[in-house]
Write a protein that binds this ligand. Sequence first.
Ligand code: ADP
Length: 393
Amino acid sequence: MASAIAVLNAGSSSIKFSLFLERGDDLALDIRGQIESIYTSPRFVAKGSDGAVRAEKTWGKGAPLGHEAALRHLIGYLKGELAGDRLIGVGHRVVHGGLEYAGPVRVDSSVVAALEKYVPLAPLHQPHNLAPIRGILAALPDLPQVACFDTAFHRTIPDLAQRFAIPTALHEEGVRRYGFHGLSYEYIASVLPRHDARGAAGRTVVLHLGNGSSMCALQGGRSVATTMGFTAVDGLPMGTRTGSLDPGVILYLMDQRGMDARAIEKLIYNESGLLGVSGISSDMRTLLASDDARAKRAVDLYCYRIRRELGSLAAALGGLDAIVFTAGIGENSAAIRDRVCRDAQWLGVALDRSANERGGPRLSTEWSSVAVWAIPTNEELMIARHARRLINS
Ligand code: ADP
């Protein structure tokens, strides 16, 4: 009989899950899957660690499940799967831990109430992240739960780098740069010493390039600056998000187009980025495969903005020892890595093209003064490790 940890990542229309089993000192992935489109045409799939489908179910169009019923289905499935193993707890991905949480926390109803305070800071994510925590507290009150935050890893960012140049009272109220993708950066910081002792102890920029994209400057493994800010819409352009945008554009849209907050939210979160610029797709693979000039322009802008942000983060660090590519685009696209590294030659980056084609992990030549790596991220494992540590302590 093994001890098991479940990890949940609940979004607006899906709940992703994974199940880890204790293996000696660490955890091994057993099952991962999701219930998606839970308000339109729900579909559940669970796969083993080898990628083979273990269970599937569809509910059909016009049979909305909702979060509660989706969670019930998931708990029922996991109970059946666990059989002889013992579920010792659940780890949850929660987007916002505010200024209060600089690390993961065991949750009870008072912690949930504290986390409710951050709903206004992340209205598109926080309510969905908290819903399954509340659901499990009600259904299985004795099962330990741990919340792990996307913001927590960035609590080490110095006060100056957290500030917007706005009146101090607003900063004190919480209008500041929080940064996101923290669980991904924390995972990379945890494995980097195995690959690159100098980069891990020194100045490294990690590029988390996925549907959501951001970059983080690490000094000795601690976050000191990042491209996302008050919200996860700041920084690099993404699949459908704008990235940094002159706030004057928002005023123009309100005054001249009569757009309200919801219409602007839709524009900057769902209709912009790679999709908005190309008018074709938010998916990098599709854009790279296209010979349409609009697809090329979207990819060009994405790479140009990475080039600018890399310079900015290298300046914040006062130099650069290593860069790490991770997430869907960073781990898989040799073409984007090649372009980013060519743009970074002035920083001392020399890419080994055949290593890049092979996917690394080391991508730089021997004489490159900056080491370049491609390292797969693993946010779920990071959450499971945190949960296990807090539950066993
Ligand atoms: P999420 O932020 O949703 O977790 P991922 O990290 O899975 O996203 O990244 C998704 C992105 O990665 C998509 O734009 C997809 O096209 C891109 N991607 C995945 N594989 C490749 C590849 N081989 N080449 C280029 N882009 C890729």
